[in-house]
Design a protein around this ligand. Structure first.
Ligand code: ZN
Length: 72
């Protein structure tokens, strides 16, 4: 399913993952990095999906670069 990034809110201070706040992109099992941003996405099933993501995902996800090029 194709998803689209609506907004990216980068935090000044990264936050460690907690039980109910994990890296949405990678999942708790495969990502132990601190969280660096909240991302709002939409896809065919929902027009408001909130993700918390690590810096690694922000740096390597092509859709992030495309979003920031469009809105900055
Ligand atoms: Zn991650």
């Amino acid at each position: 399913m194709k998803s689209e990034i609506l907004s990216i809110e980068r935090w000044d201070t990264p936050q460690p993952q907690r039980d109910n706040t994990v890296c949405s992109a990678h999942g708790k099992k495969s990502c132990a990095r601190d969280l660096a941003a909240k991302v709002v996405l939409q896809d065919e099933g929902s027009d408001h999906i909130e993700w918390t993501v690590c810096e690694h995902w922000l740096d390597h996800e092509p859709d992030v670069a495309a979003h920031e090029a469009r809105y900055s």
